[in-house]
Ligand binder design. Structure first.
Ligand SMILES: [Zn+2]
Ligand SMILES: [Zn+2]
Length: 343
């Protein structure tokens, strides 16, 4: 492939450890001290659905986009709604090459020179479509690497792309798992994402709605296949397997606009949590039309001391069941609303 490619130094995969600490990499202008007053992390799902996916994670040393599946203009507008700019973004981390995860890359890379982190096959597949992209940082699936103060672990997921991955992002405030675009959940995937305190999880479709939809049979087959997308029920099974760990928040994502409804996805997952006696886990449904309220993870003196509003009538998190290093507040702004009605 053409373009500037940097192969990232590999680190051995680090297993879950409650006393895990990160050491900071050499200073880079994009990974400097962005906010020196607090050790904290925030997560904002800028949008998620079959037509676009993009999330924003901020720590004291990193402002990271996970996927760039909206236009550059849309991503800029959604960042602006939480007081951030594309100029401030340190990097983009790609799960795979599908259009609903990459369409904003030309603007992000050309106009803002934001480096893109992807494995080789994903980078090559994207560059075939977007040959103008030059700022590649190639990682090897299964190896860990550092971005600012975050350790990024990647793992293979079964999906009909060249080399699709999920992520576990480790930060001293907590771990964030990214698990979207997969046809089924393997034992490997479960083990890799198990340390997550916050999980972005695909709830793509309701099987009955998909069967009834006026779509070509070949497309239905693709979605339902073991390399397609997770149904609400399959996601509920994943949640059942993970509920006993340190999981505290789940963002349900990648909902099909035509073949799912937010309340169906929410109901399936909350029922699984109730059955697993894990009512402390908060469930948030994302939308591709608007960002979710920002979730604060960790002790942040400058964060508003609000507790999370319940989503869909879900119980609030009991104090005694919170992880010691997860303090949660949600920041609502005038322009950011938890809009779950459309997906
Ligand atoms: Zn995909
Ligand atoms: Zn997708």
């Amino acid at each position: 492939m053409e373009g500037k490619i940097t192969i990232l130094p590999q680190k051995s995969v680090i297993k879950a450890s409650p006393s895990f600490r990160l050491h900071f990499p050499p200073c880079d202008r994009r990974f400097g001290s962005l906010r020196s007053t607090a050790v904290a992390a925030t997560i904002t799902i800028l949008g998620s659905g079959s037509a676009g996916n993009c999330a924003f994670i901020e720590t004291p040393r990193l402002r990271l986009l996970i996927d760039a599946g909206f236009s550059g203009k849309q991503i800029a507008m959604r960042l602006a709604s939480i007081g951030r700019k594309l100029e401030e973004v340190s990097a983009v981390l790609l799960t795979h090459e599908h259009h609903d995860h990459t369409q904003g890359l030309p603007v992000l890379c050309k106009r803002y020179e934001i480096p893109v982190y992807a494995n080789r096959l994903t980078a090559e597949a994207v560059q075939e479509e977007m040959p103008e992209l030059k700022q590649w940082r190639v990682f090897q699936t299964g190896h860990a690497f550092e971005l600012g103060d975050v350790l990024v672990e990647s793992f293979t997921v079964p999906h009909d792309a060249h080399d699709p991955v999920g992520f576990l992002l480790r930060h001293e405030c907590g771990n964030v798992g990214v698990l979207t675009d997969l046809g089924h959940c393997t034992r490997l995937v479960l083990e890799r994402v198990r340390p997550a305190n916050v999980l972005m999880l695909e709830t793509n479709h309701d099987p009955r709605m998909l069967q009834d939809a006026s779509r070509p049979w070949s497309l239905k087959q693709r979605i339902l296949s073991r390399f397609g997308h997770l149904s609400n029920e399959a996601a509920a099974e994943v949640v059942t397997q993970l509920a006993s760990g340190g999981l505290r928040h789940i963002f349900l994502g990648h909902l099909s606009r035509e073949c799912n409804r937010p309340e169906l996805a929410h109901r399936a997952v909350t029922a699984a949590l109730h059955n697993a006696d894990a009512r402390h886990v908060r469930v948030h449904v994302t939308s591709q039309d608007a960002p979710n309220p920002t979730l604060h993870v960790g002790a942040a003196p400058d964060a508003p001391a609000q507790s999370c509003g319940a989503v869909g009538g879900f119980d609030s998190l009991p104090e005694a069941r919170r992880s010691p290093n997860i303090a949660v507040a949600e920041q609502s702004t005038a322009t950011v609303r938890n809009k779950t009605a459309v997906a």
